[in-house]
Ligand binder design. Structure first.
Ligand code: PGA
Length: 237
């Protein structure tokens, strides 16, 4: 595991954007695993700027997002589909058919989970996966206690996660109760993983990861068993 300590959110965004740019430049048809949340917004902004400056093309890139809410319309303002379009896809030359998010409106969610892992396999697997980390060590929507061998699955959101995410909705009651998330095993199949964690509130989680103890009570700890992970962390907020 490679650790990169930085001082600011801008530095996290730039270092992460450098890794993603290099990946795309070296392999223009890369398969990227992407994440939502506050952490990656700066990195996406940086990638958009590099695209607009003519330095980066997504025309052969495929993307797979970690997760999506169950039951929201794709175009709902709070969906992860909308988040990704407003932060990245609308501003780069990625092809619509190369964008993949789990379908949280599927009538057969169990089949959608299996199909999503299948679509990743078919694309050749994820070359580079971006992750954030929850204060409780969650990655994607995999909360503490999730088995490490879980593939893409439906999860019931904890009250704390729903409360944390309520800022993206008009009120708490509108936050979906379930989500579809890539499982920890699905995430571990990525050839390379970059995890970004900004600010003091993530420091405990980073320290726990550094302690080297692997346990299902702290989902991110399974990354210690992956051969190619970079953790970019630091900053105060
Ligand atoms: P954040 O969320 O990027 O909004 O901090 C990360 C996470 O909880 O996985």
């Amino acid at each position: 595991m490679k650790w990169i300590a930085v001082n600011t959110y801008e530095e996290i965004s730039e270092v992460a954007a450098n890794i993603f740019s290099k990946q795309i430049q070296e392999k223009p048809n890369s398969v990227l695993g992407l994440a939502t949340g506050g952490s990656p917004v700066g990195m996406y902004k940086e990638l958009v700027a590099r695209h607009q400056a003519g330095r980066l093309s997504f025309k052969d890139v495929q993307t797979f997002n970690l997760d999506e809410y169950v039951g929201l319309e794709q175009a709902s303002p709070a969906s992860y589909w909308t988040f990704m379009h407003e932060n990245l896809f609308n501003f780069v030359d990625i092809l619509t058919e190369n964008i993949h998010l789990p379908n949280g409106k599927s009538e057969d969610l169990a089949a959608e989970c299996v199909a999503y892992d299948g679509r990743i396999e078919e694309a050749g697997g994820i070359d580079l996966q971006l992750l954030g980390i929850g204060v409780n060590g969650h990655i994607g929507f995999n909360e503490p206690g999730t088995p490490f061998d879980a593939t893409t699955n439906i999860v019931e959101l904890t009250e704390s996660t729903r409360t944390e995410n309520a800022v993206y909705f008009d009120n708490l009651s509108e936050v979906p109760t379930h989500a579809i998330t890539m499982g920890i095993q699905s995430i571990m199949k990525a050839k390379e993983i970059v995890l970004i964690a900004f600010g003091e509130k993530k420091l405990d989680a980073i320290e726990k990861l550094k302690s080297g103890h692997v346990t299902e009570d702290f989902p991110a700890s399974q990354l210690l068993n992956h051969p190619n992970v970079t953790i970019i962390y630091g900053g105060t907020n």
